[in-house]
Design a protein around this ligand. Structure first.
Ligand code: PLP
Length: 389
């Protein structure tokens, strides 16, 4: 057997076989359907007696390369690519849960994941309970006879609290729960939930996987026993990823390790800078010396990631003032871009929550999220410094 290759190499050298043109970079298979060599081949393909492409809602070579790469990078058996990160989250629920099932989820979730749990799934009789991520000892009390899934995000957005993945993996196993992790913030370069017992990992490829703010997409990878059902659901309900976006993502994965290193370098430097500012009440970053879960972060993450949060002195007004005063940094709600982005969660991404719900997940009125980009750190800090001033 050839030696197991390193992450960087796998990200670059996982390729679908080249065509007769001998191209070096994987071509984009922009096709909706495929030609059958004979009526008999068509019959056998539809009967699943042989493997092969039929229609791009089912499979596409460009999407398959992206899926294969993500499986190898996360250490998963099988994957499904989706049109968005939310399609990945929703397809997981829709494929694996039945009427009457119950989900335990970490309280601090991406906004649309919260909407799916609270507004959409209840219409089909699927209920949920939020678990406090910092208080895992209380989770035993949340398990019901019908609890079927544990769904987590770590680090959380934007609070940057962590869940102990090894602990959660044991908890899920003890209670026979399907364990799913939205690993969008960390990417497989920084954190591999499957190594800690996760059955399923979801991503918004829109963020660090694309890394350049160009395209929407998602992917689900994990154990075959679950991914087969998710594939069945996706094949027939149709959240397929566009081949063009799959091509962008597969190309982008080639540079994921170098980009993540720079995202982390810049985020660390921003956290260190903010930690020393008089107008900053606190800074939150998983590897920063002030983070209460720093030891856990080092246990389950390679580095702290590209997102930093801080609380500006003066609350809501000063936070909005800061956002208005940045000159180079982008006022946007995205993250994982080459461009550094500043966001005020309380008035934008998390505005739909009540004050109490926001405080429960660490979103104070003065909290600002910075998604470190890849610009030179001196220019990023200079802009933050002048905006604070
Ligand atoms: C952005 C995001 C999503 C949703 O992904 P889309 O590609 O926008 O649908 C889900 N989870 C997390 C943690 C995200 O940051």
């Amino acid at each position: 057997m050839p030696p197991k290759k390193q992450f960087e190499t796998v990200a670059i050298r996982t390729q679908t076989p080249t065509s007769s043109e001998r191209e070096h970079s994987t071509p984009l298979y922009m096709t909706s359907s495929y030609v059958f060599e004979s009526a008999e081949q068509a019959r056998a393909l539809f009967a699943s007696e042989i493997e092969g492409n039929v229609y791009s809602r089912y499979s596409n070579p460009t999407a398959d390369e992206f899926i294969e790469k993500m499986c190898r990078l996360e250490g998963a058996e099988m994957g499904v690519a989706t049109a968005s990160g939310m399609a990945a989250v929703f397809s997981t629920f829709a494929a694996l849960l039945n009427q009457g099932d119950h989900i335990i989820a970490s309280r601090s979730l991406f906004g649309s994941s919260h909407q799916i749990l609270s507004q959409i799934l209840p219409r089909w009789g699927i209920t949920y309970t939020y678990a406090d991520t910092l208080n895992t000892s209380q989770w035993e009390d949340l398990v019901q006879p019908n609890t079927k899934m544990l769904f987590l995000e770590t680090p959380s957005n934007p609070g940057l609290d962590l869940v102990d993945l090894a602990w959660a993996g044991r908890f899920a196993k003890n209670h026979h729960l399907i364990f799913a992790v939205d690993n969008c913030f960390a990417t497989p370069y920084l954190q591999k939930p499957i190594e800690f017992g996760a059955d399923i990992v979801q991503h918004s490829a829109t963020k660090f996987i694309d890394g350049q703010g160009r395209a929407i997409g998602g992917v689900i990878v994990g154990k075959k026993e679950y991914l087969q059902d998710i594939y069945f659901f996706a094949r027939h309900s149709g959240p397929a990823l566009s081949p063009f976006n799959a091509w962008l993502f597969s190309k982008s994965l080639e540079t994921l390790p170098v980009r993540m290193e720079r995202h982390c370098d810049n985020a660390e430097a921003i956290a260190d800078f903010l930690g020393n500012q008089k107008k900053v009440n606190f800074v939150k970053y998983p590897f920063h010396k002030s983070h209460p879960q720093r030891e856990l972060a080092k246990k389950q993450m390679k580095r702290g990631g590209g997102i930093v949060c801080f609380e500006i002195d003066g609350g809501f007004e000063q936070a909005k003032n800061f956002i208005d005063k940045v000159q180079m940094l982008s006022r946007s709600a995205n993250l994982g871009d080459t461009r550094t982005i500043v966001t005020h969660p309380a008035s934008t991404t998390h505005a739909k929550l009540t004050d109490a719900e926001r405080l429960a997940v660490g979103i104070t009125p003065g909290l600002i999220r910075i998604a470190a980009g890849l610009e030179h750190i001196d220019d990023i800090i200079a802009d933050i410094e002048q905006a604070l001033r």
